[in-house]
Write a protein that binds this ligand. Structure first.
Ligand code: NAD
Length: 300
């Protein structure tokens, strides 16, 4: 096995080709490489996007310092960062955007004149997808199920978009309480609460955000009893494989307005593309390509 610096992922790119990568675990199915490459091609410049998969390399987060050093030395323009490295990368950076600092998580690193700048586009990506798919949605009382990595970003987005109060549920009560405490420290006391009872909270809510893995092939089913859904409760989903989850189907069957998880997936990439390239992405074009790719996964 060659030393880490000599692995294929750290080979120089062809001259004139912008080099990007994704560091994470279990990222073989990520749509980010295809989205960035297709958008660059549509804008007429060459971009290569590599998966730096911790599982494939047989490494853990303790290897992050070397991975960033080697990527920077190899001429990478930047990196997306995903599970399990979004927090661990922070001490390795020179500066953080306000949003990344507030979230305590980084999903985009840009190498600029020898410095490493950390951004977070998960919350802004969720917000952009939400506004597109649920324009004018009432933001008074919102319930969120799921307080993990994605949940922290979308909760931040929901309060930033003006929700008066967010009630958070998680099968792990301490996670819900911890996220509520972090949000209150940032947005002010009382803006977030860890919910004691789901039924009454949903009965009083304008909208529901779902941020657990329920609905994916490995976690089939609904994250709540279908009887709690109703026509005047909008539902925003983070799961995007499948794009039309059982929850979205059940909500639509009640006549509710819904937003799929593809919005966050596409707009976090579009916002990262802007940071990496300094160019304005055509986000609707990226969404079109994304939807085509996930409905025909074998073709890309
Ligand atoms: P995570 O493991 O960090 O968090 C999931 C949380 O859900 C955990 O706190 C867990 O206790 C809780 N949970 C699980 N099942 C539950 C249930 N039935 N009821 C209540 N709580 C439950 O995972 P994550 O990184 O936050 O990812 C969650 C989902 O979001 C995944 O399906 C992932 O694919 C999706 N995701 C989507 C995007 C996007 O761009 N759309 C981005 C990131 C993650």
């Amino acid at each position: 096995m060659p030393p880490l610096a000599e692995r294929d992922v750290f080979a120089p790119a062809a001259p004139g080709t912008m080099l990007l990568g994704l560091i994470g675990s279990g990222i073989a199915g990520s749509r980010s490489p295809a989205m960035h490459v297709a958008e660059a091609a549509a804008q007429g410049f060459a971009l290569e996007y590599r998966r730096i998969d911790l599982d494939v390399l047989g490494l853990g987060v303790e290897a992050l310092p070397q991975l960033l050093d080697h990527a920077q030395a190899a001429g990478y323009r930047g990196l997306n960062i995903t599970y399990p490295a979004k927090q661990a990368v922070i001490p390795l950076l020179d500066a953080l955007s306000d949003e990344a600092r507030a979230l305590g998580a980084v999903n985009t690193v840009v190498f600029e004149a020898g410095r490493r700048m950390g951004h977070n586009t998960d919350a802004s990506g969720f917000a952009a997808g939400f506004r597109l798919q649920l324009p004018g949605a009432a933001m008074g009382q919102v319930v969120q199920i799921g307080a993990g990595g994605a949940g922290a970003a979308v909760a931040h987005a929901v309060l930033s978009m003006g929700a008066a109060q967010l009630t958070i549920f998680d099968m792990d009560d301490t996670r819900a309480a911890g996220l509520a405490a972090n949000l209150n420290a940032h947005f002010g006391p009382g803006r977030a609460v860890a919910g004691p009872a789901l039924g009454p909270a949903i009965a009083a809510a304008h909208g529901l955000v779902h941020a657990t893995p329920m609905g994916m092939a490995k976690h089939p089913g609904l994250p709540l009893p279908a009887a709690l859904l109703r026509a005047d409760l909008w539902v925003a989903e983070v799961v995007y494989v499948p794009i039309d989850t059982a929850l979205l189907q059940a909500a639509r069957a009640q006549g509710a307005r819904v937003a799929d998880g593809g919005g966050m997936a596409v707009y976090q990439a579009a916002d990262a593309f802007r940071h990496f390239t300094g160019r304005e992405p055509d986000a609707p074009r990226m969404r079109q390509g994304f939807l085509a790719a996930i409905s025909h996964p074998g073709l890309t």
